[in-house]
Design a protein around this ligand. Structure first.
Ligand SMILES: [Mg+2]
Length: 403
């Protein structure tokens, strides 16, 4: 493709997502004027339609132009869905919102590891649009498509049965004392032929294929067993495990977790359950019941990736969360990013007003550390203190960290 001359534009497939017909038509007209082939431009009215269309099409678009603010599924949720689907085409956000919101959305796109080309303020002009389309690198998307792994439910089932999935632990330390408070358990899968499988891929697959309870049970089992061993070894740390909202339809989950803790000699208070914010907006009657029972049984409940979904105050109040984990997108580099800083501060205030423990994720350097310390976060998780590591490395790391 020769983007710089504009002659390659006719080869590209575009998908325009905007709830306003007028804007859709305008963008399509601008694309047409720039040399795009009108046969290769499709559109949807909102994120949900776009996802349905994407799941159906045999010709995924090279570039998606997406409005940020739409009813049904907005641009932020759409990006999450695109990320789960490993969409590798280019993404251009279009928005009438102010710069700060656009910047936050942009950070989010990068946090999701999407192929983000840039954001356009409305009204869309041909010049601005063209400059972003020029950034599209067809090789980048092809490369990832080739690297993309084909996994079946059977692959995953076998991996769970054979315990090919293992766990590593990322330390969480106190901002004030540097003490080790807990660890987050992270599942890893290195497939014999296909190599490293990113967790979001296999977790999504497990959710889709009804294997999520099996996967979570395996991870809980490994995590709690390790917790018991550490305890016996004199290391009393909280163990966080990520659970899926889909696990929260399984009414036996609270008992299962209780039994596991008991077997390992671990207090239920030491097992923290992290639930990602973005999925809490879904139908939540059974999950709400289960989360409440988990809390009654003494587990801490942590709201994970905070800032990436839009849980309302109402929802936050309804679920008895005891901990809030601020997503790395609003922590790393926040000191030089007014938008991220605003979200970070607001999240800290919210957590404090609701008496929740605050964990800052993505603390990667001294500046990040100083900022979250100043704002009053309690706990830090990130490369600045420690990377995820095998259980056996924790003690050596801890000696170095406290030295
Ligand atoms: Mg987590």
């Amino acid at each position: 493709m020769q983007n710089d001359t504009g002659s390659g534009l006719g080869e590209l497939n575009f998908h325009v997502v905007d709830d306003e017909v007028f804007i859709r038509k305008l963008i399509i007209r601008v694309l047409g004027k720039m040399g795009a082939d009108s046969e290769k431009i499709s559109s949807s009215e909102n994120g949900a339609d776009a996802i349905a269309w994407l799941d159906d099409t045999t010709q995924p678009p090279d570039i998606i132009l997406c409005d940020l603010n739409m009813p049904d599924m907005d641009g932020v949720s759409l990006m999450r869905h695109l990320a789960t689907r490993k969409y590798r085409g280019g993404i251009i956000l279009v928005s009438g919102e102010d710069k700060r919101i656009l910047k936050a959305a942009e950070d989010l796109a990068r946090a999701h590891d999407l192929n983000f080309l840039g954001a356009l303020a409305k009204p869309v002009t041909p010049d601005a649009l063209e400059s972003l389309i020029k950034l599209y690198d067809p090789l980048a998307s092809q490369r990832t498509e080739r690297e993309g792994v084909e996994l079946t439910a059977d692959d995953l089932k076998t991996a769970i049965e054979n315990k090919d999935i293992f766990v590593v632990f990322q330390p969480q330390v106190s901002v004030t004392t540097r003490e080790l408070i807990g660890v987050e358990t992270l599942a890893r899968w290195i497939h014999a032929d296909k190599g490293f499988i990113p967790p979001d891929i296999f977790v999504h697959l497990a959710e889709e294929k009804g294997l999520i309870d099996d996967l979570t049970e395996l991870v809980v089992d490994l995590a709690v067993t390790q917790g018991g061993e550490w305890l016996a070894d004199g290391l009393d740390v909280k163990i966080s495990v990520n659970i899926s909202v889909d696990n929260l339809n399984n009414l036996k989950m609270p008992e299962y977790l209780g039994t596991k803790c008991e077997e390992a000699g671990m207090d239920s208070r030491s097992l923290v359950l992290e639930v990602t914010e973005s999925r809490l907006m879904e139908d939540i009657v059974t999950p709400l019941e289960i989360l409440t029972r988990l809390r009654l049984k003494g587990h801490d409940l942590s709201i994970d990736d905070f800032g990436t979904g839009h849980a309302s105050m109402e929802q936050l109040k309804r679920i008895p969360f005891s901990e809030l984990k601020i997503d790395r997108a609003f922590v790393n580099g926040a000191h030089r990013d007014a938008g991220a800083m605003a979200i970070l501060k607001a999240s800290v205030d919210l957590a404090k007003s609701m008496d929740m423990l605050i964990v800052a994720e993505g603390v990667e350097d001294q500046d990040d550390w100083d900022l979250v310390a100043k704002l009053g976060c309690d706990i830090v998780q990130g490369y600045f203190s420690a990377k995820p590591m095998p259980a056996g490395d924790i003690k050596v790391w801890l000696q170095g960290w406290l030295a």
